[in-house]
Design a protein around this ligand. Sequence first.
Ligand code: HDE
Length: 694
Amino acid sequence: MSKPLNNDNSKIAQFEQESYVDPKGKTLTSSLGVPVLDNQNSLKIGDRGPTLLEDFLLRDKLIHFDRERIPERVVHARGFGAHGYFEAYKGNEKWTKAQFLTDTTKPTPIFARISTVQGGRGSADVVRDVRGFSIKFYTQEGNYDLVGNNIPVFFIQDAIKFPDLVHAVKPEDPNEVPTGQSAHDTFWDFVSLNTETAHMTTWVMSDRAIPRNLRSIQGFGVHTFRFINSENKAHLVKFHWTPKQGVAQVVWDEALKLNGKDPDFHRRDLWDAIEKGNYPEWELGAQIFTEEEAEKWDFDVLDPTKLVPEELVPVTPLGKFILNRNTDDFFAETEQVAFSPANVVSGIDFSNDPLLQGRLFSYTDTHLHRLGTANFNQIPINKPVCPFHTNRRGGFANHEVYKGKANYEPNSVDENWPREAVQDKGAFSSYPEPLEASKLRVRPESFADHFSQATLHYTSLKKHEQQHIKDAYAFELSKVKDEAIRQRVIDRILVNIDEDLATYVANELGLKPSTKPENKKQSQVKTSEKLSIDAFPAPDIKQRKIAVLVHDGSNANSVDAVKAWAESENAVAEILAPSSAPVKSKDGKEIAVDGRQNGEPSVTYDAVVVIDGDNLDTFKADGVAKHYVLETYKHLKPIYLIDDKKELIDYLGIQSDDAVFSSKSFMDKQDDFKLAIQNHRLWLREDVVAGIPA
Ligand code: HDE
């Protein structure tokens, strides 16, 4: 029977059959390679009859589809990954024998995944949350994973509390609400009852938890690790990786809007930057110190709720890495990548941090569940690039084809190959830390201070950063229904961090302020400069996005000038009009448009330019354009009104300041505009904008 041409799809199929050529060798096949003639219709009795069980092509397609999903990560479910490489600086052999940190002749390929913690795989990007930052180094001595966060400390001190913490922060059991947020009763109940969370919570309420993009976040290994050099001398280390792009945040109102207007904002930004060749780069470093030095400090370096202030130990730069290649297949790479802090190589070892010790078990365990087989390291994204010879055999989804009989060691059937390494170069050996103690289920006394570093963090920040923390606590706690929990956070947590903070939040919530506790322990370091985002300014405006608003009557020359300037700065200028149709310039030229003002909201840009021309009245009549500029102003971002539009400034009801520019020609103030974009926000404007509607 000839195939009925009863719909468009079958017509396309018919057309492709008639002109059948296969220049790419990519004819559609079944899973077993059988070429498929008709991918539009299942096999039936007659054209309206029942479908036949015999249709192996339909079965093949559905069976695989039905199994396409795997369990999402229990935490850090939403993440985004990219490939890159790491290059070591000279001189690291003083500290470690790890090949990838000491061999300056070869770059080491890496794969990085940056994630949020609380929300599921489909949650929004710009939620208030910790960002996970994992890096897999495919070294010549095996795979090494740095599985860190963008915050240098953690909520809890012992791994046994992790499931409780995660249960409390995740959506609540009865209704799975809220998604991607810690602003709910169970999280703050946990915080209020576990004072060890105090320090980390000041970070999660800070601007660090609402990053502008994934290119401008720092990474921290959190725990203390060990470096071991070729003389087997050990040092303790804390890893840091710092973006060369600078660190940057969004404002809270912007974050809330971004989550609705572009829930993929962060992943889109990273993808676009890499596609454009604006590769983000980080410097990897470590604070390196001895056990003897650590013993003198007023905190325990095994306590992951503590950081080592850089005033005590500066960061030693070790190398740099860039992300320069997007994935081909999100699932195969980003979803299947399996990181673990237990993946170490020779020259790096663990410490006895009780949180780290639990992680060493948990990651492999979760991979076995999530990826469903002990062979998960055979998945291409997890596979080492150096030679490997194990005696592991079999298991679900084994892909290796082993040759020969020797699957045990020692053996005489293949001259004892594979056999143990004969020299310690590249072979892992644990640091022989001498230990003698009783078996105890206790928390050390040296972990007992929960507040002095929380205070150090809060008081080291700039005024605007402190204000954001106050507002974040007030916002989060205002979502907590149980008043007793709210009051407990004030009384047990906030007042022990800072009295002014506690009073502000209490007033915002209509609760009783508490009084400052007496004899509160002070941190030995009084203020620490590198805790503030301000300590990491951007060096340029690469990949910063500028919205250029045009209407009929706009000046085409100004549009060209802005575009040329942005291109020369490696920034992105996008021309936005009332609709996607080109607009007519004042001299009758056609100005091509990149998008609609309504579809490309101001929150997704870093600055706005209003083009001059005969269009002042058109601009004034356009409520979307007005809102666009006002919202940019409210979010403290730079605005350039070409043509000395004093009238426009008055009309918008905004005040001239160091990030509002107007001049006859864009050339006049483009350097100041660049500096304002580099500075990102004009924090001084914050008090002025309070009255502007959201
Ligand atoms: Fe994780 N964590 N974690 N974590 N974590 C996971 O592993 C866990 C902790 C971090 O991009 C899980 O593969 C325990 C600290 C990142 O794929 C799981 C404890 C830090 C990622 C797990 C911690 C992290 C995870 C979930 C306390 C910063 C994402 C899926 C003892 C230093 C990795 C998975 C990726 C993921 C367990 C605490 C960072 C369940 C038990 C501290 C960046 O195994």
